[in-house]
Design a protein around this ligand. Sequence first.
Ligand code: FES
Length: 149
Amino acid sequence: MKNRYSFGGDEHLFVECDENMSLEAFFKSLSMTNAVRDSGIAGVTEICPANPSFQIKFDPDVINGERQTSTRDPMTPLLAVLRDEFLLTGAKAVCREGICGACTVHLDGQPVVSCQVPIETIEGRDVCTVESLAPAGEPSPLQQIMGTR
Ligand code: FES
């Protein structure tokens, strides 16, 4: 059986490795949960292996792997909060009308123009900016390759 993935609310990921309990399903669940634990993914708060499934609890309020909150007006554009409050200036403010794309970030893995996204719409969602490519200040492997070409 292929793994089946489902979400429980916006904080739990449930993975079914098999329909029946077995030693093979138990070790599959155990090895997958160990890999998740070893990878140290930011936002993962609990990993619960079982037989023949496992559950992962995560914090949905993360930006580049860290939980962030803002007390600004709910209609404030995400771009303004990223740049002015969190000092993430990789997304640029150019047209501010949703035309140029200079302010693009990923919201739940999908590109959006952040100048057009009010912060009231992103609660509990994952925001990823270009700064996430170099989380420790070191260029990512992709940036290293691009820098040598
Ligand atoms: S600043 Fe141009 S699309 Fe957002």
